[in-house]
Ligand binder design. Structure first.
Ligand SMILES: *[C@@H]1O[C@H](CO)[C@@H](O)[C@H](O)[C@H]1NC(C)=O
Length: 227
């Protein structure tokens, strides 16, 4: 399997010591979000969930020959209970595998093959909906109602952006870091997209060419909320 080749010794050394069974629901008190200036400050001392988003950012080619973002789709895997020291390395590893994987390989199968996620817990899904407040434009949504919080109809959050900074490293490859507040839903009152890997489109395009999807991975930190 191509994945086993990419698994660095790091995982075996650091992460196999992590608790296997209990993932969602552990305290993330030691995991401090380093929100750069330009993003909102977290309003709670600790996050409720930390998820790794594995998916694609979609773009359409505008008449001006540049790509415009038209949403994203990602599967959110729970990393809340990994040792905080491992978060960024795990993000790198998953992106490395995801980026190199053939098109037909799903995020689920990649996560399922990495021992660190044993057993993998899907928190939920991230996607875009029509802005529920204005009725036009797109709003990001994180929805746990079909996965980790099944049976809780309000276990979702629709975000409104409160901050946006270019990625500290390699911003031409990595999408911006964001802070958002809840416009709807009880899952969280604040959401942060940080430690982004990938997702940026090429700098130019030929108008009329098909939409593209660019693979990305990022950490999503959820604060507040009712769960
Ligand atoms: C993004 O593209 C993927 C295919 O790569 C597709 O499955 C998904 O529905 C698209 N989502 C949006 C919001 O455009």
């Amino acid at each position: 399997m191509f994945i086993s080749i990419l698994l660095p010794a790091f995982l075996a050394i650091h992460v196999s010591a992590a608790p296997g069974a209990k993932i969602t629901g552990c305290t993330v008190s030691k995991d401090k979000l380093e929100a750069p200036s330009g993003l909102a400050a977290p309003t709670a001392p600790t996050a409720r969930f930390v998820g790794l988003g594995v998916g694609v950012q979609n773009y359409t080619c505008s008449a001006g020959g540049t790509f415009t973002n038209v949403g994203a789709v990602a599967e959110l895997f729970d990393i809340s209970c990994l040792p905080a020291v491992a978060f960024d390395e795990v993000t790198d590893i998953v992106f490395d595998v995801w980026e190199k994987a053939p098109k037909q390989v799903t995020a689920q199968s990649i996560i399922g093959a990495l021992a660190i996620f044993n057993p993998p817990i899907v928190l939920g899904q991230h996607f875009f909906i029509t802005n529920p407040i204005t009725g036009s434009g797109l709003s990001p949504k994180w929805d746990f109602t079909s996965a980790s919080l099944k049976g809780h109809p309000n276990a979702f959050v629709v975000g409104a952006r409160t901050g946006d900074v270019v990625a500290p490293n390699d911003p031409s490859t990595n999408i911006d870091w964001l802070s958002l507040s809840a416009a709807q839903g009880d899952l969280a009152s604040q959401i942060f997209r940080v430690e982004t890997r990938g997702g940026q489109p090429p700098t130019s395009c030929t108008p009329g060419t098909p939409d593209i999807s660019v693979k990305y991975v990022s950490q999503y930190w959820f604060f507040g909320g009712s769960f």
